[in-house]
Design a protein around this ligand. Structure first.
Ligand code: IPM
Ligand code: MN
Length: 356
């Protein structure tokens, strides 16, 4: 018997449970092929749990999750819960308490998938965004003065620490070495305006790169220019390293050029701890329970999870099965346009995996 892994599953809200179910089919098929045992524990956290208990997450949630090998998350966001509560109380709270200091978001156009970029294909759109995931504008530091008056002051502070920046750029350089493509890491920031924060990023990027990664080429692009190049010349990118807020923004652009939210996946990574994998898209309440949502993003997240756990073959055969379905079966990656239902896409992928 091969290795065994304990996976925490948080299906979450809306279409989250539907897509996670399909990811589990692919995982189980790959586990069978690769002689690996997967042991799942589900947690019912999300909008409904909050509505019935009044708390978003129990106090011991992070401690419980720390005992697992990895976490698979569906989606968070409930139409009856005010925006921000679940996002902050669940998703961001877990990213912070589990110190997921990397948000890894591959931007890869699979063969057979339509991109809105004219004259660009899979050979052009294939890079990885390494987004810092625990600092910047996301720490919740700031406050109000004279709230609700015409004199109101609102301050939201971007926190950037040497430690946080350094561990993030090191992760990007290491990843770039492993990928072994053009061996280029591009720092995306805004040094012409953020003369404190981006300056720290720029100094640390070059210091660390020069000292420890002389084999990796260093490029720099302002965030606005990065958006332009991602559309005009995405083939220029290999690995992009970026702070939390800019990373959030450019990865939605990344998702759309790789075929949309139906396929874009990411990992919240703590290289020394337990990591959490999720589709980049939200809970899509209007499609809930209709069996029309595309489960591929969740399946790709599951593939990334196994890859991260060192089960490279499992990760690879799941990803290849998704690619196969994109080329041979699914007409369009949009919800309700696939030519198949959510569960049929899951079955197609799982059968393809099982045949390996
Ligand atoms: C993402 C999302 C989250 C973020 C939200 C839901 C808090 O947009 O994962 O990209 O801003 O990080
Ligand atoms: Mn986002």
């Amino acid at each position: 018997m091969g290795k065994s892994y304990r996976i925490a599953v948080i299906p979450g809200d809306g279409t989250g449970p539907e897509v996670v179910a399909e990811a589990r089919k692919a995982l189980d098929a790959a586990a069978g092929v690769c002689d690996v045992k997967l042991d799942y524990t589900e947690f019912n956290w999300g909008g409904d749990y909050y509505k019935s208990t009044g708390v978003v997450l129990p106090d011991d949630a992070a401690d419980k999750l720390k005992t697992f090998d990895a976490i698979l998350l569906g989606a968070i966001g409930h139409p009856d819960v005010k925006p921000g509560i679940l996002e902050k109380g669940l998703l961001l709270s877990l990213r912070f308490s589990l110190d997921h200091y990397i948000n890894l978001r591959p931007v890869k156009l699979y063969p057979g998938v339509k991109t809105p970029l004219k004259d660009k294909g899979p050979e052009d759109i294939d890079f990885v965004v390494v987004r810092e995931n625990t600092e910047g504008l996301y720490t919740g530091s700031g406050g109000n003065l004279k709230k609700g008056t015409p004199d109101e002051v609102a301050i939201q502070t971007s926190i950037n620490t040497h430690l946080g920046v350094e561990r993030c750029v090191r992760y990007a350089f290491d990843l770039c070495r492993r990928l072994d493509k053009t061996k280029t890491v591009t720092l995306c920031a805004k040094t012409n305006v953020l003369t404190y924060a981006s300056d720290l990023w720029e100094r640390v990027f070059h210091e660390v790169g020069k000292a420890d990664y002389p084999d990796i080429k260093r490029e720099y692009a302002h965030v606005d220019a990065t958006c332009m190049w991602m559309v005009k010349n995405p083939e220029w990118f290999d690995v992009i390293v970026v702070d939390n807020m800019f990373g959030d923004i450019i990865t939605d652009l990344g998702a759309i050029i790789q075929g949309g939210m139906g396929i874009a996946a990411g990992g919240n990574i703590n290289p020394e701890g337990v990591s959490m994998f999720e589709p980049i898209g939200g809970s899509a309440p209007k499609y809930t329970g209709k069996n029309v949502i595309n489960p591929m993003a969740s399946i790709v997240a599951a593939s990334m999870m196994m890859e991260h756990l060192g089960e490279h073959r499992m990760g690879k055969i799941i990803e290849e099965a998704v690619m196969w379905a994109c080329v041979n079966k699914v007409k369009d990656l949009g919800a309700g346009k696939m030519g198949y239902s959510t569960s049929e896409v899951g079955d197609l992928v799982a059968e393809q995996v099982a045949g390996r």
